[in-house]
Design a binder for this molecule. Structure first.
Ligand SMILES: *Cc1c(COP(=O)(O)O)cnc(C)c1O
Length: 393
């Protein structure tokens, strides 16, 4: 079984490139270019140089002693929260903007929900002196002010989107519309392992630096280069794809993923796409989609703005269908409990997204010798208002 993308851009029956006619040329150019660029020496040198000196990689693999004692196993945290801009997203934006530059593109556009991908994109555009336009639903613009201010300070134009529910899915539609109008000079930086082929594979490869590091760091710390369990949260799936990339075809490693259960699977307020979704097409890919009986997309809900996407990366749809990965729906309250637990046992305040995978730990019966690697995708600074509202309880 091969869990990586096939030549046509599919993971099993998921993936592909379902795009409007006007974008065929752009997407085909990218399909024909991305592997050549990724494998070129000049790209590798610049990408890894920036990851080291600008992002601060390698991110530590930290043995969480007190958490391990509590759950009776050996838990290592992959600290993507320590990256510049506070999460794993910067690995991807640096890579894609280098690719855009090598294709001669002179303008960058992006969509953002919580604003994390927007900030990471605006950051790298400032660094590389490229104009940047970020589409963001008006609802998100209002509830994510600090990130909007950061993007503007970095020099990006943030455009509030007024269609639909005015959230991530609407911002994505608007970014695609912009790309259709400017196909020759504009590069669209997608923030996760979603969208038409080659985006899911390209983003997974750029994030695969996470598992590349886990391999040698684990070898150094435990004497063997693979864990018994790999754990990550899934919104669109990029930090998870990076965490599992080099272990996908290694069946000794069990993969546990967390999606956002919201207020509960059957509450009508959830973002658990694997549990609730049906096969469909969203933003250019065939995957699992939260939709009603008429095929209308259902608005997802999660306490975490980074996990409330109504689709999921095709790689993860396939991992779940083939049972290579086990996917847990973790509810808002379980995630909040996990935030306070990590904060008080290890002195690390995680992002709300990352807290969802921490919330899986109590659901598993580990053995004392089990080696567990869990990716902390980001830090909790952006979620402090939410956390403080639970502090009095
Ligand atoms: C955006 C984000 C996520 C979700 O995105 P993926 O592509 O699924 O990784 C998770 N954690 C943090 C901290 C994020 O900013």
């Amino acid at each position: 079984m091969n869990y990586h993308v096939d030549e046509k851009g599919y993971y099993g029956r998921f993936g592909g490139a379902y795009i409007p006619e006007i974008l065929h040329r752009c997407v085909e150019d990218l399909q024909n270019t991305y592997l050549k660029v990724l494998e070129s020496d000049s790209f590798k040198k610049e990408f890894h140089g920036l990851l080291r000196d600008y992002v601060g990689r390698p991110s530590p693999l930290y043995f969480a002693k007190r958490l391990s004692e509590k759950y009776g196993c050996k838990i290592f945290l992959k600290r993507e929260d320590l990256n510049h801009t506070g999460a794993h997203k910067i690995n991807n934006t640096i890579g894609q903007i280098l690719i855009a530059r090598s294709m001669g593109k002179t303008r960058i556009i992006a969509e953002t929900g919580a604003g994390q991908h927007g900030v990471a994109t605006a950051t790298v555009c400032a660094l590389m002196n490229i104009p940047c336009v970020v589409y963001m639903g008006k609802t998100d613009v209002e509830r994510q002010q600090p990130n909007v201010e950061k993007m503007r300070m970095l020099g990006a134009a943030v455009i509030p989107v007024l269609s639909g529910n005015m959230t991530l899915k609407d911002a994505t539609n608007e970014a695609i519309r912009d790309w259709c109008h400017h196909p020759s000079d504009t590069y669209y930086v997608i923030g996760s392992t979603v969208g038409p082929h080659p985006y899911p594979d390209m983003v997974a490869r750029l994030q695969s630096v996470i598992s590349e590091e886990i391999k040698w760091q684990l070898k150094e710390k435990t004497g063997r280069d693979y864990p018994d369990y790999l754990m990550a949260c899934v919104g669109g799936g990029s930090n998870a794809a990076g965490t599992v990339y080099h272990y996908l075809n290694d069946e000794r490693v069990r993969i546990l993923l967390a999606e956002a259960g919201g207020e509960g699977l059957f509450s009508g307020k959830s973002a658990a796409t694997v549990h609730l979704g049906k096969e469909g097409i969203i933003h250019g890919a065939r995957t699992l989609v939260m939709q009603n009986e008429d095929g209308q997309i259902e608005e997802p809900y999660s306490i975490s703005a980074g996990l409330d996407y109504p689709g999921i990366g095709p790689v993860h749809a396939n991992l779940s269908e083939t049972k290579r990965a086990e996917v847990f729906a973790v509810n808002d309250n379980e995630a909040i409990d996990a935030v306070f637990e990590l904060t008080r046992t290890e002195g690390i305040i995680p992002a709300l997204e990352s807290a969802h995978v921490l919330g899986v730990i109590p659901k598993i019966k580990f053995k004392p010798d089990d080696v567990v690697v869990l990716t902390v995708s980001g830090r909790g600074d952006k979620d402090m208002d939410t956390y403080l509202s639970f502090c009095g309880e």
